[in-house]
Design a protein around this ligand. Structure first.
Ligand SMILES: NC(=O)c1ccc[n+]([C@@H]2O[C@H](COP(=O)([O-])OP(=O)(O)OC[C@H]3O[C@@H](n4cnc5c(N)ncnc54)[C@H](OP(=O)(O)O)[C@@H]3O)[C@@H](O)[C@H]2O)c1
Length: 313
């Protein structure tokens, strides 16, 4: 892959996004005149807070949601609270790479420029499931899906565009066993926490690698770690643990708005405009060390992911 090919469009966008569109789209086919932001997983938790913050700053805000019907009420709430009517919900299934491609095609057929991409969505699957692309489900949602989405939308980005990936403090527990990382999440048997950590390591390495590739194009790529946040994803689906968690843990950890703050600032703050290739927590750059900035598997991860997504590019 030549560097300058990264954000050149290779394929013409399809004219009909095959039913991925949902909710009320603002009128007008070409909305390139407005500043545009896309947030995945914007119907709940931190993604909702990020979407509201961006809508509040006047962005045409696209909530890329797994359950678009459920997100419609949240869209209405954002419009009510911000007064910005240019907020829409579009369906995306990050556990299906054809859906990611259809979503990107729909965006490319309507917009000439993308200012902000927030790869927020994430999951911790409680059991082993393969996606239609033969990727372990959590790996697809947390890493391969966002990777493909970013690759497909890069041709819309240019000087000043910002990409923020939602990472996690768990990245340091992650390890990448190839090829099992993609097909099973890990070499050993299914373990949801280990697989989650592996995906957060992968998205962190993707952040550093992509930032490096794009540094001369003025497109910034950063990772945000929200710390521990009271959202749906920390529900463990084990009644006794969830009972104690709800009563003793949730009250002392961050609210979704507090957790989303680092990502929101990376997306919006003037003083973050040139910042790229960083890992951030509590609105500060965290030095994760050379082991990660120049991780020995970074190139291999990129190459193997490219092989998987190639037919969707
Ligand atoms: N909460 C924490 O303590 C914490 C800590 C570190 C990092 N994070 C990260 O923060 C991000 C946001 O999570 P959250 O804490 O705000 O939890 P959340 O409310 O559960 O948000 C996760 C979002 O991802 C969406 N999603 C799940 N599967 C999807 C799929 N197959 N396709 C598309 N979207 C999908 C969900 O949509 P539906 O609800 O419609 O399924 C939901 O909107 C995640 O990447 C998570 O890993 C969270």
């Amino acid at each position: 892959m030549k560097l300058n090919e990264l954000n050149e469009s290779k394929t013409a966008p399809s004219k009909s996004p095959q039913g991925e569109t949902c909710g009320n789209s603002p009128s007008g086919e070409q909305e390139g005149g407005r500043r545009v932001a896309i947030i995945t997983g914007a119907g709940t938790g931190m993604g909702f807070e990020e979407a509201k913050a961006l809508a509040g700053k006047g962005f045409h805000t696209i909530m890329a949601c797994h359950h678009p019907e459920a997100a419609e009420a949240k869209r209405q709430e954002i419009i009510r609270e911000t007064g910005n009517e240019n907020v829409e919900v579009i369906g995306i299934e990050l556990a299906d790479l054809s859906s990611v491609r259809r979503f990107a095609d729909g965006i490319k057929s309507r917009f000439q420029h993308l200012d902000l991409l927030m790869n927020n969505a994430g999951t911790i699957q409680t059991g082993f499931h393969l996606t239609p692309d033969n990727i372990e489900h959590t790996v697809s949602v947390n890493y391969v899906g966002p990777y493909l989405l970013t690759r497909l939308l890069l041709p819309l980005m240019g000087e000043g565009s910002r990409i923020v990936n939602m990472a996690s403090l768990t990245y340091w527990m992650g390890r990448l066993d190839f090829p099992e990382f993609f097909t099973r999440g890990r070499k050993k048997g299914f373990h949801r926490i280990h697989i989650y950590c592996n995906t957060k390591l992968a998205i962190t390495l993707f952040t550093f690698h992509l930032a490096n590739l794009l540094k001369d194009k003025g497109i910034t790529v950063n990772a945000a770690d929200p710390w521990m946040v009271s959202t749906n994803i920390i529900h463990m689906h084990i009644p006794i643990i969830d009972f104690f968690g709800d009563h003793f843990f949730r009250p002392v950890i961050r609210t979704p708005r507090q957790g989303a703050d680092t990502a929101i600032r990376l997306l919006l703050d003037e003083d973050k405009a040139g910042q790229t290739g960083t890992f951030n927590r509590s609105n500060r750059i965290l030095d994760v060390g050379d082991k990660y900035y120049h991780h020995k598997q970074m190139q291999e991860l990129w190459d193997k992911t490219e092989d998987i997504v190639r037919k969707f590019l």
